[in-house]
Design a protein around this ligand. Structure first.
Ligand SMILES: Cc1cc2nc3c(=O)[nH]c(=O)nc-3n(C[C@H](O)[C@H](O)[C@H](O)COP(=O)(O)OP(=O)(O)OC[C@H]3O[C@@H](n4cnc5c(N)ncnc54)[C@H](O)[C@@H]3O)c2cc1C
Length: 268
């Protein structure tokens, strides 16, 4: 192991100050991705700014029928255990309960997940599908502008995610076809019906989380799984790897989206 500094931050201000004191610092959330990257030498920061003690980054706030706000350092397990979220936006509980294994869910955080923006991660689909706002140390970023492709986001160097604010739709659901070993999504689809707008976000299939405008258009006219049958998903922009071909993923997007619509409708 090579040497680096470790700064245990006590507040958001302290986190930002700790970051700027070094030339190549990284924020450390649950370490579920970052520590593996260090061990593999994919990242060699000169300082880790540990966010674990920063109380301002933790917690859940629900404004009834309108928004659910989740602090960046909230773990997946804390989401799963939240009665407030269960009452307001149960699809998030369902989604978070299928992330990884118990250890990953108790260490991994929502902030770390979306900052990392793994193309097969679940939270990016929920954030994009629910038209969430990512609140950082300096600004508010809409989900449509936040995710920029594989492991890439609109975050600038030293910008800290503090909270994610979700809109509460009329109905929504997430369904994933998971990789049996990692439990990441081979394809995951989040569908949300806001009445005036339908949003469909797909993870796992391409270079990053993406919306499906063709699905959204037909679902707006009729919110039923049947209307998706006629749409052929373009496989040319999807991943092909040892786990699945692009054609297979394209077909999975249709199948999983139909299941998500049925689930949101209460049909399953
Ligand atoms: C075995 C395994 C299985 C997994 N399965 C799944 C799965 O099924 N579905 C899924 O979605 N995910 C899965 N994950 C990912 C996991 O859920 C974590 O969300 C992810 O690894 C990020 O971890 P973390 O929160 O500990 O962040 P860290 O690893 O600490 O940080 C990740 C990155 O985000 C940055 N960062 C962290 N917090 C902030 C912040 N507040 N502001 C700005 N930047 C920040 C860090 O600097 C780092 O670059 C899995 C991980 C493992 C190891």
């Amino acid at each position: 192991m090579y040497s680096f500094s470790f700064h245990r931050a006590q507040s958001v201000a302290d986190s930002l100050a700790g970051f700027t004191q070094h030339s190549d610092a990284r924020f450390l959330a649950g370490g579920q991705t970052l520590l593996a990257s260090l061990k593999l030498r994919l990242a060699q920061p000169d300082c880790l700014v540990d966010l674990g003690q920063v109380q301002e980054l933790k917690g859940i706030r629900v404004v009834s029928g309108q928004t659910v706000s989740i602090g960046a350092m909230t773990t997946h397990a804390e989401v799963v255990e939240s009665k407030e979220i269960a009452d307001a936006l149960g699809a998030l509980i369902d989604m978070a309960s299928h992330i990884g294994d118990p250890m990953v869910r108790h260490m991994g955080t929502i902030g770390g997940s979306i900052a990392n923006n793994d193309p097969a991660a679940d939270w990016p689909a929920a954030v994009l599908g629910l038209d969430a706002t990512v609140i950082t140390s300096g600004r508010k970023i809409k989900a449509d502008e936040f995710f920029l492709g594989m492991f890439s986001t609109a975050l600038e160097t030293g910008e800290l995610i503090t909270e994610i604010e979700f809109r509460v739709p009329k109905r929504c659901a997430y369904v994933k076809f998971r990789h049996p070993a990692s439990r990441f999504a081979l394809v995951g689809v989040f569908v949300a019906d806001f009445g005036s707008e339908i949003r469909v976000a797909v993870t796992g299939a391409g270079a990053g989380v993406m919306r499906m405008p063709a699905f959204e258009e037909v679902l707006k006219k009729e919110f039923s799984a049947d209307v998706l049958k006629a749409i052929v998903v373009d496989a040319s922009v999807l991943n092909s790897d040892m786990h699945a071909t692009a054609q297979y993923r394209a077909n999975l997007i249709s199948v999983i989206a139909m299941r998500a619509v049925d689930k949101a409708s209460g049909a399953t």
